[in-house]
Write a new protein. Structure first.
Length: 162
């Protein structure tokens, strides 16, 4: 019986380690790179970024694409330099770039970009349960012709550079 209880406790502890909220940490915006990427550091008084964050599950237009500058400008207004953000790491692309869910004042930046019609849900990477809600929000932006959906363009960034 004790072994069974110990095994259940171990499974519970391991599952808690992999919960999305378990790895959240605070950071401060150093620079908005583009509509999909920001540089942050752990302390508010630093000008040098320690981590580059790419927004998990979405793709904003590249700078050369229509609405690329609008996506970047939206982020500049939402999170100017020094803004405190909450970061929930989802994985890394390489040593310096981390995929993340980012929040400002308790609101998801990833989701806000979709609401504004300034990003697509990335069909290749967005596999979490909440992505279903993101697809619905993307569809609402299409129906309401918000942001890039007001154009007759539907080439997502991952196809644009081909």
């Amino acid at each position: 019986m004790a072994t069974r209880t110990g095994a259940c406790l171990l499974v519970l502890l391991v599952s808690l380690c992999f919960c999305t909220g378990a790895h959240a940490w605070d950071a401060y915006v150093v620079r908005v790179e583009d509509g999909n990427t920001i540089s942050v550091c752990e302390r508010p008084d630093r000008d040098e970024p320690s981590v580059i964050l790419r927004f998990y599950g979405i793709d904003a237009p590249s700078q050369r694409q229509p609405f690329g500058r609008e996506a970047r400008d939206f982020l500049l207004r939402l999170m100017p330099k020094g803004t405190k953000v909450s970061v929930d790491s989802v994985g890394a692309d390489d040593q310096l770039t981390m995929n993340a869910l980012v929040q400002v004042a308790g609101k998801s930046v990833n989701y806000q970009l979709l609401i504004e019609g300034l990003a697509w849900v990335n069909r290749l990477t967005c596999k979490a349960m909440f992505c279903r809600r993101w697809y619905i929000q993307e569809h609402q932006a299409v129906v309401n012709r918000r942001g890039l959906w007001g154009l007759n363009m539907s080439t997502p960034p991952w196809q644009w550079s081909r």
